[in-house]
Design a protein around this ligand. Structure first.
Ligand code: AMP
Ligand code: ZN
Length: 113
């Protein structure tokens, strides 16, 4: 998607503070961190939201799930962390490219706001 900010970040067209990258995913530090560690994990493929995940994306999504622990370990989140996906208007999704928030290095409250 040519006008998607996260596609541009994944392509290196917009600078980001990279935490991890491989051929399938890109992880970078959030510009407006909500915890001492706040990283976003995105698929390089443009998928707008969890509502837009298709059958063919299952392998990619499974790959992302499996990579969370490696990225978290690389960020020093040995004491735990939270993974959040916002979707749609009520979910307060602001960027329409699927992303996992990985938050840690503080005690996170529950329920979320
Ligand atoms: P969401 O509200 O779930 O759609 O999350 C979007 C996240 O992207 C927010 O936490 C923003 O702070 C973050 N964000 C937006 N633009 C950038 C950017 N250029 N670099 C890093 N993080 C960004
Ligand atoms: Zn995109």
């Amino acid at each position: 998607m040519s006008d998607c900010i996260f596609c541009k970040i994944a392509a290196g067209e917009i600078p980001a503070d990279v935490a991890y990258e491989d051929e399938k995913i890109f992880c970078f530090h959030d510009l407006d961190p909500q915890a001492p560690v706040h990283v976003l994990m995105i698929p390089k493929k443009h998928i707008a939201s969890t509502d837009d995940i298709r059958e063919e994306d299952q392998e990619l999504l499974g790959y992302m799930m499996g990579k969370i622990k490696d990225v978290a370990a690389g960020l020093g989140l040995e004491n735990g962390y939270r993974v959040v996906i916002n979707c749609g208007e009520d979910g307060m999704q602001t960027v329409k490219h699927l992303h996992l928030h990985i938050l840690g290095k503080r005690k996170l409250t529950w329920p979320p706001g």
